[in-house]
Ligand binder design. Structure first.
Ligand code: XCC
Length: 626
């Protein structure tokens, strides 16, 4: 098996500056670790290494077409992939359950969060068939309980969430294939049982089960997270804010919210505006207190930042920049929930004085203080975090902040898009139909350090898409990369083709709309469903595609199955670990389209990826006769 050798360097100016700074400080980061991992194992990359049983590890080679247990390359690839899909699904669902618990606690009067979007609470509860004649608290409690019960329900009963919320045309497709899921955790447990040694060797059945999980991931996971969070934190509204590492203020106490679950961060934003704490910060020599966000949490805070303009001070960076953020020496406290916190953050924090605080029960970082979030203790924890940041400020050493700031427009969601369009998605549909905008591509997910990526694949692909009059919607660390590259500013429309440029300028929006976090993919599906409903077609017929140009981890695998189940083509780079099975590769990239309308498209070159996506969009337009 040929070994794969990669090298990688940061691509954007800010990362490059901080990369050089860390090297000068003798601190090694994700880039050096990636280099030390070379060459990487080709069997793993192809998905044909099995470590399930003690007779392994087995690798499929020219001389060994089966593992010791008899598993073929197809089966090993399918099992490995599906385990990632199960893990990603339950992780999203875990997040949704935390929000549902909080909503329930608010309804029971045990938590000091407010219901910020009561209209949404009543709408969603009504659609789910809950009694909405009672008080706001009663409905909040009922909706929270309903979600928890759905998450914990069995896989032999169809999920009511799916039947109530999914577009009717999609439900028909899923019913025919018998892939309407039951409870997501139960589905994941069953899938994990199926992927044990010598339990299920039917690759088609296994992949269909992954589609079930993809649907459960959407409705019990992503939709749940976004909807319930918006009820508690307010629905995103269009806003402009500062972004990237250069916005850190060297003279204030700086607190970083890092991760994915923003509920606690909301309380930190509230507490950080407390005059007594600001006085305390001044007493230790700071000019004030600022709160920032990084990774997906930062995107979510930016989305609702209109309400916190005095304290929220910027979205700082993406996954591969997290060590650089601390290496500025300007972050006094970083509190993080799950996930995407590198274990090396502990050493780096020590080196650069940052106080780390973990806030979710699933997180354990040796030596890091834990202040674990519960719906009824958020304000106390938030105050503790701000106090610890003020104390940490007194230990500051050298500060090294790159002198480059950017701004970005964010806060897009179905509601804010509809509001910007004057009350319905029809104007967007009209410009798609008349061809000013050829189609829409959701660019989602993470960033990787692979040599052809590190943000380069994301910006390369997106610049090419907007140039071809394709509107881009971003969610996840990709948004951060696009923000740092200036592609989420109004001025970016200058890089768009003539049709898209005119639409952006007349609406006053950039050609790349930030929907927020990777967990906000549920909102993208919602907008796409609204466009399909306006045209009275199925989602799979739309000139729409998804791309995860630098996909990284298990949630992305689950999200990819969500996209395919929703009827969308999803472009992935790097190649997922399936190329060792021609059967699994063919099913995912071709055959599945005839079943659900969606499929996977793998292309590592951003220009060729844009070619493939545009071709797909044009074919959909032709089929719709537009
Ligand atoms: Fe993590 Fe969401 Fe991925 Fe970024 S995008 S690397 S999951 S923080 Ni979600």
């Amino acid at each position: 098996m040929k070994m794969m050798v990669h090298t990688s360097q940061p691509e954007d100016g800010i990362s490059r500056y901080m990369y050089d700074a860390t090297r000068k400080d003798g601190v090694s980061t994700v880039y050096e670790r990636f280099a030390k991992q070379q060459p990487q194992c080709g069997f793993g990359a192809m998905g044909i290494c099995c470590t399930l049983c003690a007779d392994g590890p087995c690798q499929i080679t020219r001389k060994a077409s089966h593992g010791v247990c008899g598993a073929t390359a197809d089966l090993i690839v399918a099992r490995n992939l599906l385990q990632k899909c199960a893990q990603g699904t339950v992780a999203n669902v875990y997040h949704a359950r935390n929000v549902a618990r909080t909503l329930k606690a608010v309804g029971e009067g045990r938590s000091d969060y407010e219901i910020k979007d009561e209209v949404k609470l009543r709408n969603v509860a009504g659609k789910l068939g809950l009694d909405i004649s009672g008080s706001t608290s009663e409905i909040a409690r009922a909706l929270g309980e309903f979600f928890i019960a759905q998450i914990n329900s069995n896989d032999y009963e169809p999920l009511r969430l799916v039947e109530a919320m999914a577009p009717k045309k999609r439900l028909e497709v899923w019913r025919k294939l018998d892939i309407i899921p039951g409870g997501p955790n139960s589905e994941a447990a069953t899938l994990l049982s199926k992927t044990m040694t010598n339990v299920n060797n039917d690759v088609v059945d296994l992949l269909l089960h992954a589609l079930r999980l993809g649907i459960a991931n959407e409705y019990a996971g992503l939709f749940g997270i976004t909807t319930l969070q918006e009820i508690l934190m307010g629905t995103a509204s269009i806003t402009e804010g500062e972004v990237n590492i250069g916005v850190l203020d060297p003279e204030t106490v700086n607190i970083m919210a890092h991760g994915h679950q923003p509920l606690l961060a909301i309380k930190v934003l509230e507490v950080a505006g407390n005059p007594e704490l600001i006085e305390e910060a001044k007493r230790v020599g700071a000019k004030g207190i600022k709160v920032y966000g990084s990774l997906c949490e930062g995107q979510q805070l930016l989305n609702i930042s209109n309400e916190y303009k005095n304290v929220f001070s910027g979205q700082i960076g993406n996954w591969i920049q997290q060590e650089f953020i601390l290496a500025t020496g300007a972050v006094d406290a970083m509190f993080f929930d799950y996930n995407c916190v590198m274990p090396t953050m502990v050493e780096i924090a020590e080196r650069y004085h940052t106080k780390l605080i973990s806030t979710d029960k699933v997180i354990r970082q040796a030596g890091v203080e834990r202040l674990e979030f519960e719906p009824d203790n958020a304000s106390n924890i938030a105050e503790g975090i701000v106090n610890k940041a003020i104390e940490a400020f007194t230990h500051r050493g050298k500060v090294n902040i790159p002198a480059l700031k950017m701004t970005a427009v964010a806060g897009f969601t179905t509601e804010s898009v509809v509001a910007a369009l004057g009350g319905s998605v029809k104007p967007l549909v009209d410009v798609i139909v008349n061809g000013s905008v050829k189609g829409v591509v959701a660019i989602v997910g993470c960033t990787t350090v692979r040599e052809f990526q590190s943000g380069k694949h994301i910006t390369g692909l997106v610049e090419e898409l907007i140039r071809r009059d394709i509107l881009v919607i971003g969610a996840g660390c990709v948004s951060s990369t696009l923000e740092n590259a200036g592609l989420m500013q109004l001025e970016a429309s200058e890089k768009a083709g003539g049709g898209l440029q005119k639409v952006c300028q007349s609406l006053g929006v950039p050609p790349c709309l930030s929907y927020g976090s990777c967990t906000d993919i549920g909102k993208i599906v919602d907008t796409v469903a609204a466009i399909a409903a306006e045209l009275d077609v199925d989602i799979s017929q739309l000139p729409v595609a998804v791309s995860a140009p630098e996909y990284l981890e298990q949630k992305a695998v689950a999200d990819a199955f969500t996209a395919v189940a929703m009827g969308l083509m999803i472009h992935l780079a790097p190649a997922p670990p399936v190329l060792g099975s021609s059967l699994v590769t063919k099913i995912l990239t071709q055959d599945v389209e005839a079943l659900v309308g969606g499929k996977v498209f793998v292309e590592l070159d951003p220009i060729k990826a844009a070619d493939g996506i545009e071709k797909h969009i044009l074919a959909k337009r032709e089929a719709l006769n537009i």
